[in-house]
Write a protein that binds this ligand. Sequence first.
Ligand code: PEP
Ligand code: MN
Length: 405
Amino acid sequence: MIVKLSRTGPEVIEAVTAALAALGGQVRRLEFPFGTFLAALDLEDAPSADAVARLRLATAWGSKVHGYPRTHASSDGGPERATRAEDPPLLAMIQALAGVEWARKAGTKPILAARAQNPQGTRVPLGRMEVGGEALALVAGPCSVESREQVVATARFVAAYGATALRGGAFKPRTSPYVFQGLGRPGVELLREAGDAAGLPIVTEVMEPGEVEFMAKYVDCFQVGARNMSNSPLLRAVGRAGKPVLLKRGPSSTLVELVLAAEYILLEGNPHVILCERGIRTFETATRNTLDLNAVPVLKGMTHLPVLVDPSHGTGRREAVTPMARAAVAAGADGIAVEVHPDPSRALSDGEQSLHLPEFRRLAEQLRPVAEAVGRRLDLPESLPFAPNQVPLIRRAMGWGGTHP
Ligand code: PEP
Ligand code: MN
């Protein structure tokens, strides 16, 4: 059960908490910018008659409901319980307590994440910006952190061309156990170093609850990847870490399932969840996934959380990334998460969908007018330190080869 409190003092909150606890719930207090809630988890279906009677007395229902509650001995000879048929309208009684705005049974529909909780939309702080505000977020970087040179060069470049955060995986959820699995903890440290060198906050994937504590010292935003969207222990752990979370949609998950996954994080008292559409599995095989841009307006109607789109995993094809990024912004996304690599042909993961550095520059330039057309902003740096023709020099200096557009 979730109880929303009206603006009220600590004694009133204490009294409502005690009433819920007496009914058998594990009560947790949740403070959000959009309100104070009490979550009563595992509240008994048929609380003891005593607890119900006490609740009734604490509310106006004590006088309104005649002869109430009626009880019967439970079949196992245990203490008397209120019967189901004669159950008091618990919700109504809780709602009648002083300081309660509303009470709802937690069902399959999200409550804390629901748009109605915060109709103007939640803004998630990430570095110098707020995701979900007027300015778009541009989260860019390599699929995997591979080396200091690779990640620092990418970070500096994407920062210079308008990225608002640096992404890069150190713990990689790979389909095959025979391919590069990521650098692990040293990769997290390298990403931090690159973020600092470029002045960008960092976003990186955490795959297991046991790594949350270590990673929290380095990251600005945890990524929960598509494969882990339904891993509730991980969702709870990142919820408790109190850092923003980029939550990616599972490739076979519905939008309601995605929002319910976000609900786990919110239930730990962490309001800073960013949802991410990254493509779903369909019958189509010409693209790695099918980028479901329906998700953008539909999620925005369902929830108050910001929504990013990842056209890299959503298409799996470099040539489709920029057009789908433009479409995502046109559809109302709060930003883009995109893979960029100084030499995609040598990338240790997802090279075929990673943008070359100059392509990232073009992406940023092309997104700007689309953003403006839908009433948003993309803040690009005034002076751009690298001319496009300098990119081959940067790459040669790093020992990277290959040709690119
Ligand atoms: C990634 O962002 O590199 C990644 C593995 O994404 P997803 O979880 O969406 O597959
Ligand atoms: Mn990837």
